[in-house]
Write a protein that binds this ligand. Structure first.
Ligand code: ARG
Ligand code: ZN
Length: 850
């Protein structure tokens, strides 16, 4: 069935209070739910209540204490006749956590029990109006074996705990804040906590806990520090204070996504909690801090103000991604973070926006909401709010967010509510801007520049491309920060923000005796693709001189794209060499930024920018460019690799910057001279002070041949055999290697004793890497496509969410050269014809086939 945004109606009943009593066991759990219900004055009258369910065994129903058997089942739902007026509903169900391989609802992971309810997992725990606009105050009582489950956690604050007969015990928690069912959580297990506390700006003393298995306790310090930094930042930046006496996070080894913002009890994939220098890279540390921030920030943007329905998902996710991005920018410098975020947007979201599953940040319809936890909803959603922020300025934006939080606190709100609060609070007119919520597709902007006398005219034109179901598009407001550089002086007369609102528009600037060099979409103010007519020398100039770090990086990327997507002429390559030389010689650059500027475009983005992509040819060309750069600057790269060995051992920012550049230098050296690369790589591997250098070396070695590779891979495995997250890296590094025999190696890794289909991290470690590796996935004989299709079919019913995530890689066939495209399509058709498909996989496959 298709669910449509325009069909929204409020639920006929309110459920002000919920009491849940769990009798917990891995094999079987009994759930007694007591719901106080009353007619919803905002909705029409109803003579029954319809409760969602999924895979539940119903034991009993009572209304106002009287057993009832006049209920009906409507598919998986339970319909109980109710006279108007308030009632108490008591429903007993039984569930089997050990058999829950979907990891939605209550499930078992490594001997513990935990929950994931967003979006529609609560209905797998008990019958309930499982929709985000039904808000209830929850009281949760958990009873379990005291030895197997010594720790019992739920939302809110603890109320009571005690021993029971037969080695059992119980705990009761109460969450005073009304919340929708998707924010419910419980955890039961043999866990230990790192504890700390935080005093809020209003003087509330909050007890903090990071709960993990005992063996992981030593790797929780960074997570705890990240919680405290998040709490402080949200007070300072948005005036948002925490609102309970407890804040707990729990790390779980089997988890479909990154983490979940359950009220007062955030549940995390271990990947986004556990870290120390020995086992986690600098990037891992940053990702942990970012995700902990993200989930914490949801306490206001998501929990205190939640979503009316799932079409509004970007209301909480887009805003919260923006909040976590700027949190990281504020803490560690904006430039490198922004470049990384844009790289991700272009590699993942742009292809989504130009592919068969393109959808607006506020979709109009869906079949399975899990399929809409996308880069579009999250990352483009964040970009859309970032545009409002750029247009308003920080101060006015804060007024808008203050008004939003004040006006809608305690409500289930809509994207429209947010936009309206921004209009009223920040003083923006967002009438036309609302189209960003309605239209899918990445706007394409062309720029022409004319110079006459001392006047410069920029002619900007925009096209929002047609997407499935949306053939005709209207122009959107596109805010662009620009600067006009005087080439000789190397300076500009100030940055300005222009907003392109029409299909085509002229902008004039006086006082330029000579044609200036245009720096545009500085800091990536708008999530658009820009096509501009610019001389190569001007790009070289910007790559060497632009004072906006993002724009400088962008100029370098344009040079690289020009060469890689063009016919590869000598002059284009020379221009890259000139710019790279300037970057390598620029002493004012920090090493992290230097490394960033020297990064080649990702394959995903190259594919996105090609009309018809030939993966094999692109690998040769991109690798060839790497080799040429490595040869051209061999001396400088060798000098960097040697001289940064000591600085790489330092703590803090300087060490991180050195490590980043050092591994990039190693990669270029290895491309130019594999034998030297293998020697240097093994030395870097052996002497590595931590995981950043070790992984950097191993990533390079994995692409080479010889004893150095074998030694490092074997050492890595045995050294970290008992650490699942590091073994994930071991799988990923090998599956990502750009080597001819990689597909055979992936097949071997799939048979390795450490591989398992039941752990999502392990599946992604091997197969997401395989699907992203052009030499594996796009193997000319189609075996890579078959492998991914087989994977989708194997996971289809076992874990539909995980399975569906692999469909879009096959769905991109329209942009691939015809021989491969036909094989990709054939695999999609094979899946479509394979019998019972989960809703998740079916929706993705149908969209892909178009
Ligand atoms: N709200 C969570 C977050 O963004 C993600 C939950 C996703 N769950 C799902 N079933 N798709 O942090
Ligand atoms: Zn989120």
């Amino acid at each position: 069935a298709i669910i449509r945004r325009k069909d929204y109606t409020p639920f006929p009943w309110r459920v002000p209070e919920v009491r849940l009593a769990f009798d917990l066991g891995i094999e079987s759990t009994r759930v007694e739910a007591t719901l106080s219900v009353e007619p919803n004055p905002q909705a029409g009258a109803a003579s029954a209540i319809r409760l969602d369910g999924d895979g539940l065994v119903l034991e009993s129903v009572a209304v106002d204490g009287e057993p009832r058997d006049d209920w009906q089942r409507d598919g998986e739902a339970l319909v109980v006749p109710l006279s108007s007026g308030p009632h108490t509903l008591t429903i007993v169900t039984r569930i089997a956590p050990a058999e829950n391989t979907q990891l939605m609802g209550l499930y078992a992971s490594g001997g513990m029990l935990c929950t994931q309810c967003e979006a529609e997992g609560f209905r797998r725990i008990t019958f309930f109006p499982d929709r985000p606009d039904v808000l209830s105050v929850y009281t949760v009582r958990m009873e379990a074996d005291a030895q197997a489950f010594p720790v019992l956690l739920s939302n809110g604050n603890p109320v009571e705990e005690g021993q029971l007969e037969g080695g059992r015990h119980f705990a009761e928690w109460h969450d005073p804040w009304p919340k929708p069912s998707y924010l419910f959580a419980l955890v039961a297990g043999d866990l230990v906590a790192r504890r700390d506390s935080f005093t809020t700006m209003g003087g509330r003393e909050v007890e903090l806990g990071v709960w993990v298995r005992e063996a992981d306790l030593s790797r929780t310090e960074h997570a705890m520090e990240s919680i405290k930094r998040s709490m402080k930042w949200d007070e300072e930046t948005y005036g948002r204070e925490y609102d309970l006496d407890r804040f707990n996070i729990v790390a779980v080894g089997d988890f479909n996504m990154g983490a979940m913002e359950n009220k007062g009890l955030n549940i995390f994939n271990t990947k986004y909690v556990l870290a120390d220098e020995e086992t986690a890279t600098d990037a891992d540390f940053d990702a942990i801090e970012g995700v902990i921030g993200h989930e914490y920030f949801h306490n206001w943007s998501g929990n205190r103000i939640t979503c009316r329905d799932w079409f509004q998902l970007s209301l909480k996710e887009g805003f919260t991604v923006l909040r976590d991005q700027t949190f990281s920018e504020d803490l560690h410098g904006a430039a490198v973070k922004r470049i990384g975020d844009v790289r991700m947007l272009r590699s993942v979201q742009f292809p989504e926006d130009s592919g068969p599953f393109a959808h607006p940040i506020r979709p109009d319809s869906y079949k399975e909401i899990s399929n809409f936890y996308t880069a579009t909803i999250y990352n483009k959603g964040a970009e859309v709010i970032r545009m409002m922020r750029s247009m308003a300025g920080l101060e006015a934006f804060r007024k808008g967010s203050d008004l939003y939080f004040e006006r809608h606190d305690g409500e289930a709100a809509t994207c429209e509510d947010f936009v309206k609060a921004m209009e009223d609070g920040a003083g923006l007119d967002l009438t036309q801007f609302r189209r960003w919520y309605e239209q899918a597709g990445t706007p394409q902007v062309t720029v022409e520049q004319h110079h006459e006398g001392d006047r410069v005219t920029l002619t900007l034109a925009q096209v929002v491309p047609a997407t499935p179901g949306q053939p005709d598009k209207l122009p959107v407001p596109i805010p662009l920060k620009i600067a006009l550089f005087d080439r000789e002086a190397g300076t500009h007369s100030g940055e300005q923000l222009i907003v392109l609102t029409q299909e085509s528009q002229d902008f004039t600037f006086d006082g330029h005796a000579k044609p200036p060099v245009l720096s545009i979409n500085r800091n990536f103010t708008a999530p658009v693709a820009i096509e501009r007519d610019i001389a190569r020398e001007d790009l070289v100039f910007l790559a060497a001189h632009d004072d906006d770090a993002f724009a400088r990086h962008e100029a370098m990327q344009e040079l690289l794209l020009g060469y890689l997507l063009g016919d590869g002429d000598e002059a284009a390559r020379e221009a890259i060499g000139t710019a790279a030389g300037a970057i390598l010689a620029d002493d004012a650059l920090d090493h992290e930024m230097r490394a960033e500027l020297l990064g080649l475009p990702t394959f995903a983005y190259l594919a996105e920018r090609s009309e018809v992509f030939d993966p094999g040819a692109m690998v040769d060309k991109r690798e060839g460019l790497k080799t040429w750069l490595g040869e051209t600057f061999a001396g400088r790269f060798a000098q960097l690799h040697d001289s940064l060995a000591e600085p790489s051992r330092a703590a803090g920012m300087a060490g991180k910057q050195a490590r980043r550049m050092r591994s990039v230098a190693l990669a270029y050296l290895a491309a130019a001279d594999p034998a030297d690369g293998a020697k240097r790589g093994l030395a870097q591997y052996r002497d590595a002070p931590g995981m950043t250098d070790r992984q950097g070396a191993l990533a390079v070695l994995a692409g080479l041949d010889g004893p150095e590779r074998d030694e490092a891979l074997a050492d890595f495995y045995s050294r970290f055999a008992d650490n699942a997250l590091v073994i994930d890296k071991w799988f990923t590094l090998q599956a990502s290697a750009l080597r001819e025999d990689v597909l055979g190696q992936i097949e071997q890794l799939a048979r390795h004793q450490a591989f398992t289909m039941s752990n999502p991290n392990r599946v992604r470690a091997l197969y997401a890497a395989a699907a992203g590796n052009p030499l594996a996935f796009h193997a000319a004989d189609g075996t890579g496509y078959r492998m991914i299709a087989d994977l989708i079919l194997e996971l289809n019913l076992r874990n539909p969410q995980l399975a569906a995530r692999f469909v879009p890689s096959l769905g991109r066939f329209r942009r691939i050269e015809p021989k491969r495209a036909a094989m990709m399509r054939a695999e999609l058709e094979r899946i479509a014809g394979a019998g019972k498909l989960s809703r998740d996989v079916a929706e993705q496959v149908e969209a892909s086939l178009g």
